[in-house]
Design a protein around this ligand. Structure first.
Ligand SMILES: Nc1nc2c(ncn2[C@@H]2O[C@H](COP(=O)(O)OP(=O)(O)OP(=O)(O)O)[C@@H](O)[C@H]2O)c(=O)[nH]1
Ligand SMILES: [Mg+2]
Length: 262
């Protein structure tokens, strides 16, 4: 259950009104976030012990997260070892795409949940950690997943976490990540940073994606940067295109620096 936004709450308490219900709701939200913060601290310690960086990629559905990762994995080969945690409500499609591009991946399906939380990421990190071997139990589906790879984290490695496509709730949940990257595609409009300020305020890097489409759109890049600056004055904005490769070398350099500092 998402105790913060209540978007998938189906129990009767959701129908209660008045001060008592509001107090119970607030207590529930604080409990959920406190438990999440504790799990995030554990993830941070686990990653630090392995000198591994973790990047939490957040955006609306379809902004190009998985496509960017499909280009990032081969782009970092030999420089940074990558593993991926994929968050979606349903399907294993994105994890399969990642494995096809050469990195181990664990798919986390959140069901009705609209974001990843630190506990599910912690389980996925431990799944990525053990040595290779087919036939281990997949804790997320209770099924054997013979295609899952493994990673041996060491200095210069990074776990890329693709959060569930959503510009609201993922920003509220610390996963224990080293850095937060928010993607916005040029088809989404210049106003997203001011409409969803919490997500952009917490970002360490903003990627403006699909810039190969700019010749066909009325998207104003300066207006977008101004909107970013209103909520996060110092964050770096990188324009990228997975289709034609624009900006990807800067993105790879940013990831290399993060992994080296871990
Ligand atoms: N023109 C163009 N299209 C792109 C680019 N990157 C991704 N796309 C397209 O955008 C669509 C969505 O891409 P995905 O990478 O699946 O997006 P996502 O953010 O992972 O989507 P969810 O996981 O569903 O949230 C696909 O049709 C991609 O081919 C790009 O750089 N340029
Ligand atoms: Mg995806």
């Amino acid at each position: 259950m998402c105790g913060t936004c209540g978007c998938d709450r189906t129990d009767e308490s959701a129908l209660e009104t008045g001060a008592g219900a509001a107090t119970r709701m607030l207590r529930l939200e604080l409990d959920v976030l406190a438990r999440n913060d504790e799990a995030a601290r554990e993830n941070r310690a686990w990653l630090a012990a392995r000198r591994t960086a973790a990047v939490n990629l957040m955006s609306s559905p379809g902004s190009g997260k998985t496509t960017l990762l499909e280009h990032t994995i081969p782009g970092l080969t030999g420089a940074v070892e990558c593993a991926v945690i994929e968050g979606d409500q349903e399907t294993r499609l994105d994890a399969e795409r990642i494995r096809a591009s050469g990195a181990p991946a664990v798919q986390v399906n959140t069901g009705t949940g609209c974001h990843l939380d630190a506990a599910s990421v912690g389980r996925a990190l431990r799944e990525l950690d053990p040595p290779p071997g087919p036939g281990r139990l997949d804790p997320h589906r209770g099924a054997v997943d013979p295609h899952r790879g493994s990673v041996d984290p060491h200095r210069g490695s990074v776990v890329l976490i693709e959060n569930v496509g959503n510009l609201v709730c993922p920003g509220l949940f610390d996963l224990g990540e080293t850095a937060r990257v928010v993607l916005t595609s040029v088809t989404e409009g210049e106003d997203k940073p001011t409409k969803y300020p919490h997500m952009y305020r917490a970002a360490d890097l903003i990627l403006l994606t699909k810039v190969d489409l700019l010749p066909w759109l009325a998207f104003d890049g300066d207006q977008f940067t101004d909107a970013v600056r209103q909520v996060n004055p110092s964050v770096r904005v990188l324009a990228v295109s997975a289709n034609d490769g624009a900006g990807l070398s800067d993105w790879f350099s940013w990831l290399r620096a993060l992994a080296t500092a871990a």
